[in-house]
Design a protein around this ligand. Structure first.
Ligand code: ZN
Ligand code: ZN
Length: 170
């Protein structure tokens, strides 16, 4: 059975043996105690995260124990795999990410972004300035230095809004 690397408090580096048949190419990780930063108050939880390749998405389960968290993640995964047909809705996000109405599958490029390059007006996700203005792949170097995030000055990597979307759950 698949082994998940633990990354919670007190169990970092330990391995957890999964109870469900995750596909071979699906990375998994978990922990007995992670902190979730939430608008409604931070809390500690066991968590289990899976990154399936087909369909490519991110699944997270929480619970009292990592076993329970894995079970919850597995339920979400099965629901996605068994979905009769994805139909996407935006749920307030403008980056182009879509959520299936039936199974909650999160697809990175379900829609064209509802945000437009400041220079040429094309729909884009490529780079966002501090002012929340967007710049496409062609115009990514046109962000004025004072509008850049600190890390943008150092790195040429595109801003991955999909990652930002889930970063509050780390
Ligand atoms: Zn679906
Ligand atoms: Zn542009």
């Amino acid at each position: 059975m698949k082994q998940a690397k633990m990354g919670g408090f007190g169990d970092k580096g330990q391995m957890y043996t999964c109870h469900f048949e995750w596909p071979d190419d699906c990375s998994v990780q978990g922990g007995n105690s992670g902190v979730v930063f939430s608008k409604n108050g931070n809390y500690r939880t066991a968590f289990f995260e899976a990154f399936p390749k087909e369909p490519a998405t991110f699944i997270r389960g929480e619970g009292q124990t990592i076993e329970e968290a894995e079970k919850n993640a597995w339920k979400k995964y099965r629901k996605i795999v068994d979905c009769p047909g994805h139909e996407y809705e935006k749920r307030g996000y403008t980056s182009g990410v879509g959520f299936c109405k039936h199974c909650d599958y999160q697809k990175k490029e379900a829609f064209l972004p509802d945000q437009y390059c400041k220079i040429c007006g094309c729909p884009t996700n490529w780079k966002m300035s501090k002012k929340k203005e967007f710049y496409c792949q062609v115009h990514k170097d046109k962000i004025p230095e004072e509008d850049m995030f600190e890390w943008q000055k150092e790195s040429a990597d595109p801003l991955d809004i999909f990652d930002m979307l889930f970063s509050e759950e780390e």
